[in-house]
Design a binder for this molecule. Structure first.
Ligand SMILES: C[S@@+](CC[C@H](N)C(=O)[O-])C[C@H]1O[C@@H](n2cnc3c(N)ncnc32)[C@H](O)[C@@H]1O
Length: 70
């Protein structure tokens, strides 16, 4: 997802930091996702979590991302 403002750039820097990576791992562990799950990330930002969610649900699952910013 590409933002018109620089919020996407800031979110990318946060997502790629050690804190961002460990936060993502903690979320994924807590969710206990199985293949075929259908997940919506409300406030998906630039979509960094979406790519990991998509891998976890596999081709039989679905991932949706919504964000009010553009
Ligand atoms: C830090 S990003 C999180 C991105 C992603 N969910 C993740 O975990 O990597 C937070 C996002 O929440 C969005 N947001 C803030 N308030 C919101 C609201 N009330 N409803 C939906 N999204 C919101 C912001 O636009 C921002 O892109």
């Amino acid at each position: 997802m590409k933002f018109e403002s620089d919020i996407g750039k800031r979110q990318r820097l946060m997502a790629e930091s050690v804190g961002g990576i460990s936060r993502r791992h903690a979320i994924l562990n807590e969710m206990r996702i199985t293949p075929g799950d259908i997940i919506i990330d409300v406030g998906c930002g630039a979509g960094h979590l979406l790519t990991h969610l998509a891998k976890a649900v596999g081709t039989s699952g679905k991932i949706y991302g919504l964000d009010p910013n553009k």
